[in-house]
Design a protein around this ligand. Structure first.
Ligand code: ZN
Ligand code: ZN
Length: 344
């Protein structure tokens, strides 16, 4: 029996590079030879054993780019050799969300790499209907960032952003920085981004953003000064932390919007009195629709060089377990870490 190499989650804090049985193509599915697979917060949760759904053994990974190696006849004009990314959501088709046109928040939503085997492997088997061809001008590094970019496309849609809105992005992880980049290209009048990690603040400054290290500067003072004490139109909370969540109401203007972009793993305190007093709005955002994913596929080439700067580490698949150690190590300055799945 032919085996392929994969990074397999075997239990809490136990992820191992090993051989698994080769994937047999089935009708309607393509066999993809994976090039890069990105690691995101969700993947860290899986490996830490805190993800509510992921069950070992599991091949992790949903942010990938690869080349079609086997595919049956299809009406999407996809062929062997095409470079593709995949919309990794699997919706049931029957629940209220699916029936009412928001299948990306399906009641039993499943994801490639969380509920079924994903892409931190030599190959992945993917439904043809979710594949998107990557433009020749988009590098593999940037293609691996299309999935997180889609998250931001959704968040900005949800926030009801309008041309020349002023914005604050709280948290300068990959999601926060990409949010700021997309806002810049979407015509935001002001973009302030905050974090407490110096290397990330430096990176934000290289992009030309007003970056605030909250250990050294008061974010509220910066926003007050910039907006004549009125607050910004939209706050994107992309840190997933309680202090940022609590502070969001004092940064947004009266009637302003707070977009909860980060993933909160626990109930966090929010300043409801101020929220009500200022008659603000809050909106949630979760993954993306298939159309928003497609928009991210197309938009990636417009912001290509900026996205490419976010890839801080490319680690061979065979050393994949180390990648998770790097990300968790405060002494290693990671931004976006990709696994090279051809390095086996
Ligand atoms: Zn992700
Ligand atoms: Zn459903």
């Amino acid at each position: 029996m032919i085996k392929i190499k994969a990074l397999v989650y075997l239990g809490p804090n136990n992820v191992k590079y090993q051989e698994i049985t080769d994937l047999k193509t089935k009708p309607g599915h393509a066999k993809i030879k994976i090039k890069y697979c990105g690691i995101c917060g969700g993947d860290r949760g899986i490996v830490a054993g805190t993800h509510p759904r992921a069950k070992a053994p599991l091949v992790v990974g949903h942010e990938f780019v690869g080349v079609i190696e086997e595919i049956s006849d299809n009406d999407k004009n996809l062929k062997v050799g095409d470079r593709v990314v995949a919309y990794p959501l699997i919706s049931c088709g029957n629940c209220l969300s699916c029936r009412t046109g928001i299948p990306h928040v399906c009641k039993t939503l499943k994801l490639l790499g969380i509920d079924v085997d994903g892409a931190m492997a030599e190959y992945a088997l993917v439904d043809e209907s979710v594949l998107f061809k990557v433009d020749d001008n988009v590098s593999n590094e940037v293609a691996a960032l299309i999935e997180p970019l889609a998250v931001i496309v959704r968040a900005i849609h949800q926030s009801q952003f309008k041309l020349l809105d002023s914005t604050v992005v709280m948290g300068a992880g990959p999601i926060g920085i990409i949010t700021a980049i997309v806002l810049k290209h979407s015509g935001a009048s002001r973009i302030v981004i905050s974090d407490l990690d110096n290397s990330r603040i430096e990176l934000c400054r290289e992009f030309g953003f007003r970056a605030v290290n909250i250990k050294e500067e008061s974010l509220k003072d910066v926003v007050d000064e910039m907006t004549n004490n009125e607050g910004v139109d939209i706050v994107f909370e992309a840190s997933g932390t309680e202090p940022a969540t609590f502070q969001s109401t004092e940064l947004a203007k009266i009637g302003g919007m707070i977009c909860m972009t980060g993933i909160h793993k626990a109930p966090h305190i929010f300043n409801l009195p101020q929220f009500s007093f200022k008659e603000q709005k809050m909106v949630a955002t979760r993954v993306y629709t298939k159309h928003e994913f497609e928009q991210a596929v197309n938009f990636a080439k417009e912001i290509h060089d900026e996205l490419e700067k976010l890839v801080s580490h490319i680690i061979p698949l065979k050393e994949g377990h180390k990648a998770f150690d790097y990300i968790n190590d405060p002494n290693v300055n990671t931004v976006k870490v990709l696994l090279d799945c051809t390095d086996i």
